[in-house]
Design a protein around this ligand. Structure first.
Ligand SMILES: Cc1cc2nc3c(=O)[nH]c(=O)nc-3n(C[C@H](O)[C@H](O)[C@H](O)COP(=O)(O)O)c2cc1C
Length: 357
């Protein structure tokens, strides 16, 4: 393994360990979901046992409006994690994403840690993953083909993580030409593209630019869950400080930088409502989703699907992954019953109000 691959492998492993063992949540910002409430419907006119939580992603019917977000792959222990995520995704019939596949492009050592996902979850949507800096550099047709083939992906997620790269001791902060390269990539690729942040959110302006480049779905991954500035700051303090590398000053405002998840959803919903050309954009809500009520609120605020990473990792670590997702779905169903929404389409039309109003 060359030096660059060793760094990528170490980084992926330390991300999991840091997220499990350190306090890396936003401390002066929330998702904003707590500011919203539904109106109780005392005559819901539906049967609780007939509520339908199913929906679809890229033409594939899935049992719940929920996916396990992109996290890992590319080092030895990641195979076990990805296998466990995939077993639950297959059992519950929900999509899942793998973590950044940059390491798999660098060499073949740990490709099995990604491939395992498709072996274990043959019939659910599986999403490949690569970062915006790699896209900005320009990926060859062969590299793009490899990303999709390794997991027989139904779609490719491109993560936009400028704040994370900025705080990452070995980060790549060159995002020049990204949108132009993205447009080219979308034209070449045989599967649809999802663009996601990793915890700083996506504004309506950025969503429009991504849609103009051909992206089909925006995963807002807003602020309120894991702060990747804090994750990288922790890694800097643990491993890199002695090397005297550049790191931003860790001012609270930078560590808590980002658009709260609920605001991303309301702002993108307004864009879709006001501008016809953006009506088709699919929206995934993630970034601090932490229970079934958050999921219900996110869908009522404009999401088609929700996703979670950090909480899923912790649940897996505590051997409660399936139980956690089922509990969240039961709570989602409870909110739908109490608001009279019999399916996800009706929940998307259900009024929700800000407590401040
Ligand atoms: C351990 C870990 C590793 C992650 N690695 C990736 C990655 O490789 N690619 C990516 O797009 N997002 C990655 N993420 C970000 C998540 O997909 C998600 O966008 C972010 O953590 C915010 O969601 P959350 O608050 O539910 O965790 C990772 C998250 C975790 C917890």
């Amino acid at each position: 393994m060359n030096e660059s691959t060793t760094i990528t492998v170490d980084r992926k492993q330390s991300h999991v360990e840091t997220c499990l063992n350190k306090n890396v949540g936003f401390d002066s910002k929330t998702t904003g979901f707590e500011q919203y409430e539904f109106t109780h419907n005392a005559a819901p006119e539906i049967n609780h046992s007939e509520i339908d939580l199913s929906t679809s992603l890229f033409g594939c019917r899935i049992s719940y409006p929920f996916m396990i977000s992109s996290m890992t792959g590319g080092y030895d222990k990641a195979e076990h994690l990805n296998r466990s995520f995939a077993e639950t995704a297959q059992k519950l019939n929900i999509p899942l994403g793998v973590g950044s596949m940059r390491q798999a492009l660098e060499n073949s050592s740990y490709r099995e840690s990604f491939r395992v996902v498709r072996h274990v979850a043959p019939s659910v949507p599986v999403l490949a993953n690569i970062g915006a800096p790699e896209v900005a550099k320009g990926l060859t047709d062969q590299e793009l083909g490899l990303l999709v083939d390794i997991v027989r992906a139904d779609g490719l997620i491109i993560h936009l993580n400028p704040a994370q790269e900025l705080f990452q001791p070995e980060g790549n902060t060159n995002f020049k030409n990204f949108l132009e390269e993205l447009q080219q990539l979308v034209r070449t690729l045989k599967v649809p593209v999802i663009a996601k942040e990793v915890g700083c959110g996506i504004s309506p302006g950025t969503a429009a630019a991504l849609a103009d480049a051909g992206v089909q779905i925006i995963d807002v991954a807003g602020a309120g869950g894991i702060s990747w500035q804090k994750v990288e700051e922790e890694r800097y303090l643990q491993k890199f400080q002695h090397e005297n590398r550049f790191s931003p000053s860790a001012l609270g405002e930078l560590l808590n930088w980002g658009i709260p998840t609920s605001r991303c959803l309301t702002d993108i919903a307004a864009l879709k409502k006001n501008k016809r050309e953006y009506r088709h954009i699919g929206v995934i809500a993630s970034g601090g989703i932490s229970n079934g009520i958050d999921i219900a609120k996110a869908i009522a605020l404009g999401a088609d699907l929700c996703a979670s990473a950090g909480m899923m990792l912790k649940a897996l670590h505590d051997c409660r992954l399936e139980e956690t997702i089922v509990t969240w779905m039961n709570d989602l169903r409870a909110v739908m019953f109490l608001t009279g929404a019999k399916d996800i389409q009706q929940l998307q039309q259900t009024p929700i109000s800000s407590k401040k109003e």
